[in-house]
Every structure is written in C-alpha cells, then in structure tokens.
Design a protein around this ligand. Structure first.
Ligand code: PBG
Length: 324
C-alpha cells in the first residue's frame, strides 16, 4: 500500500486535499473605542488595533482591499455603570460604518453588557452583587439589539450567555420590522482563560466582589454536553448562526454541534488562541502564517463553516500563496 503517491508533489497534494480553505468564509473582528485619540495596538495581538471613531473607516477600507468584507464590531464605550446603559456610541459607530460602506460590507455587532458595566460582568447583577439577574439582563440586551438593527447592523451577535436571549432578541427584531437582520449566537461559549487579550483591550475583566469570574453563565470546559444543548436550544429560539468559542481547543464541540444542527457553524479563534501563535512566532519557534493556516484547516475539518480570526484580513493572501 503506497500512501505516499498522494503526497509526492505539491500538485498532487493540492488535488488530494479534501479541506479547501476559502477566504470568503472569514470574519474580521474590529474594535472602536469612544474618546480614543489615536489607534492603540492590543497587547498580545500583533497588528490588531483598537480604532478611533475616525480611523475605523480607513481600517475597513484597507481590509476591503485585501478581500475581507465581513466584520464583527466591538464598540467600547467610555462610561461604565450598573444600570441605565447608554448605547449611543455603539449606535453612532454602526451608523458611521454603514453610511460609509453600505452593502459592500456585512456588519455584525457584538451585543453584551461587559463593556458597559463597571464590574465587567456580561449582565446586570442582583442588588447583592452575587449573581447575574438573567431577566433584567435579557431586557437590556434585546433593547440594545433593536437599537443596533435600527442603526443598520446586518447581524446581532449576543455574547452575554444569558438564558432566553435569542428568543427575546429575535422577537424584538421581528416585532419592530427587522426580520432581515440575522442573529449569530455565541451558543457554545466556554468559561476560558483564552479571552485575556480581548478583556485587556475592552477593559471588561469581571471584578465584582462576590462574583469574580463568569462560571455561573459561561459553559464549563468539563461539560461539552451543555454546549450541544445550548446550541440546539438557540437554533430553536431562532439563531441563524451558531458559534463555538474558543475554537481550536474545542474541536470536539464543533464536530458534535455541526453533526446535530443544520445551521452554519462559526468558529471563533479567540484572542488568547491567536496570541499564543503570535508569541511562538515572535520567539522564532513557529512560522506564523503556516501556523494560522494549520489551525484554520483544523477548524474546517471539525465542521466549521465560518471562521472568526484576528488574521482574517490576511486570509486571502495567505490561502492564495499557501503551499500544501
Ligand atoms: C464579551 C466577549 C468576550 C469575547 C467576545 N465577546 C470576552 C468574555 O466573555 O470575557 C472574547 C473574544 C476573544 O477573546 O477574542 N462577552
């Protein structure tokens, strides 16, 4: 049995490849901070910047030129509180981006309260500050989603992990006439160390006295069944896209969910996963491009249809010149 014939040259390796990467499946995360004077690079994420209200236009224009047309926006507001959240900065940035680029781009906007709360949790807390108030959080989150849809967002991406939010968001959007706006649910979002660089960038680390982490609402790495169950529930509640996050450390979950559901599965290769590759590359221990390409192959192998990566803007160039 000669298995090496199909590996003998670059040409035959290309033909034998059953996984074909396509840059059209990639989504680029973008960050915009209120009041920021000049773009700042995110610690650990080489080449990824938090943009200002004005610099985001140039970032997107450049990205479009490099073959990315799908974006996931994270607005970072200046004011933090515990209630009466002011979503006006996020609304203005969505309007600004969509008025500049219209349907040349597809804009999903993250929906969560962690950048809005002074304690950094993804929802409103109970008066005793020891638990999230699911009901009140869902009300705020669906109000936020409707405002973003009205501002022109193409997709709402709730990352808060409250129960019942997909139903509430879908109903709110439909009732107010935004039935064409899709919902990308962070269904299988694990309580993970790998969000570190993101939290640093968004000033969103949890720090309430009694509730120091997100384990009461994000999924335990020891409970993959809970992720599959959440994905099934979210599809029933009306999610159009189902996300698994982190991605590369949860390939079993991607595989299980993609078997179970008939909706596009989105793999979010998160900030810490990306930063790990960057750190190895900076030490000369891996070849940066090839390492990212290898991970992307693994995500597609597991069953991902869409990849969110901080290197999405490089995907077209890297995939085109990749040597298998
Ligand atoms: C907000 C949110 C987080 C990420 C996306 N949305 C952080 C968190 O839940 O703490 C992580 C993204 C990344 O690390 O790249 N809830």
């Amino acid at each position: 049995m000669n298995h090496r014939r199909l590996r003998a040259s670059r040409h035959v390796r290309e033909l034998a490849a059953t996984v074909k990467l396509n840059h059209r499946a990639f989504v680029q995360p973008i960050f915009v901070e209120e009041g920021l004077e000049k773009p700042r690079e995110i610690l650990g994420l080489a080449g990824v910047f938090v943009d200002t209200f004005h610099s985001i236009r140039e970032t997107i224009a450049k990205d479009l030129g490099r073959g990315v047309s799908k974006f996931l926006l994270f607005p970072i507001p200046m004011a933090k509180g515990v209630k009466d959240f002011d979503f006006s900065f996020a609304i203005s940035i969505v309007k600004e981006i969509k008025s500049a680029f219209g349907n040349d781009i597809w804009l999903a906007c993250d929906v969560c309260l962690c950048s809005y709360t002074d304690h950094g949790h993804c929802g409103v807390l109970t008066p005793t500050f020891d638990a999230v108030d699911n009901h009140r959080s869902v009300m705020e989150i669906s109000r936020y989603a409707e405002l973003l849809a009205a501002a022109g967002a193409d997709c709402i991406a709730p990352s808060d992990m409250m129960d019942g939010r997909i139903h509430a968001i879908r109903k709110g959007l439909d009732d107010s006439g935004y039935d064409a706006v899709s919902v990308m649910s962070y269904s299988a979002k694990f309580s993970s160390q790998f969000y570190g660089p993101f939290r640093d960038a968004c000033h969103s680390s949890p720090q309430a006295g009694m509730l120091k982490d997100r384990k009461t609402y994000q999924i335990s790495p020891a409970n993959p069944d809970a992720a599959v169950a959440a994905a099934i529930r979210d599809e029933r509640e009306g999610a159009d896209f189902i996300m698994v996050k982190p991605a590369a450390h949860y390939l079993d979950v991607i595989a299980a969910i993609s078997k179970e559901l008939r909706k596009p599965i989105v793999a979010y290769h998160v900030s810490g996963e990306y930063a790990a590759i960057e750190a190895l590359a900076a030490m000369g221990l891996v070849e940066r491009e090839s390492a990212h390409l290898e991970v992307w192959h693994s995500l597609v192998r597991a069953g991902s249809d869409v990849i969110i990566s901080y290197a999405a803007r490089d995907a077209k160039e890297w995939i085109e010149k990749m040597e298998l």
